[in-house]
Design a protein around this ligand. Structure first.
Ligand code: AMP
Length: 191
């Protein structure tokens, strides 16, 4: 099984690049942000809970996020591989993911970490606000909080995978196509 963690700060291009990886490698796409947004739209209990955190640019609590991911994995028993987009965002989530995959007799193949400068991130998120309709893109203070939360709580997840020799850093600046080619190259070297 090919199980990829596509990692990076908000605005790094995880969603855009995930779509391309899914198409090429036939992976099931699990984006925790997309799943939370679908729950908000559907006005579910989970959506109501997640909304208050998301609107501020804070992380939804681990317990809630991990339980949701477990349920999503169980909905796709036939998948031949996964791309995790926006998950894990804390070391506790990374630990839990290892356990969930172990129970399926599989493991993470690699973490692909998109590297983008903070200035470029702010620029991309501000531009994205014009089309995404996302409340958390619309306010510069929330954007800054998401970047700060990333630095403090999420960046350490890179060390977690580096410790397992699974971290692959990829330059996330340049054209979308150029970045896709870099990702393809790293994945093709994994086998
Ligand atoms: P994203 O679409 O990945 O940018 O996520 C949007 C928001 O959803 C984040 O700012 C968090 O509030 C929440 N979220 C998404 N994934 C996670 C996660 N793995 N852990 C906690 N919160 C998350």
């Amino acid at each position: 099984m090919l199980n990829i963690v596509l990692f990076g700060p908000p605005g790094a291009g995880k969603g855009t690049q995930s779509e391309r990886l899914v198409a090429k490698y036939n992976l099931a796409h699990l984006s925790t942000g997309d799943i939370f947004r679908a729950n908000i739209k559907g006005e579910t209990e989970l959506g109501k809970l997640a909304k208050s955190y998301m609107d501020q640019g804070n992380l939804v609590p681990d317990e809630v996020t991990i339980k949701m991911l477990d349920q999503e994995l169980k909905k796709r028993p036939e998948a031949t591989g996964f791309i995790f987009d926006g998950f894990p965002r804390t070391v506790a989530q990374a630990d839990a993911l290892d356990d969930l995959l172990k129970a399926k007799n599989t493991q993470i193949s690699a973490m692909l970490a998109l590297e983008v400068s903070e200035e470029e991130l702010r620029d991309r998120l501000t531009k994205r606000a014009q089309t995404s309709g996302r409340k958390d893109d619309a306010d510069p203070k929330v954007i800054q909080n998401r970047i700060d939360v990333y630095q403090k709580e999420t960046a350490p997840v890179k060390d977690f995978y580096a410790g397992q020799n699974k971290l692959k850093e990829v330059n996330g600046e340049g054209s979308i196509d150029a970045i896709t080619q870099r990702l393809f190259q790293v994945i093709d070297q994994l086998a």
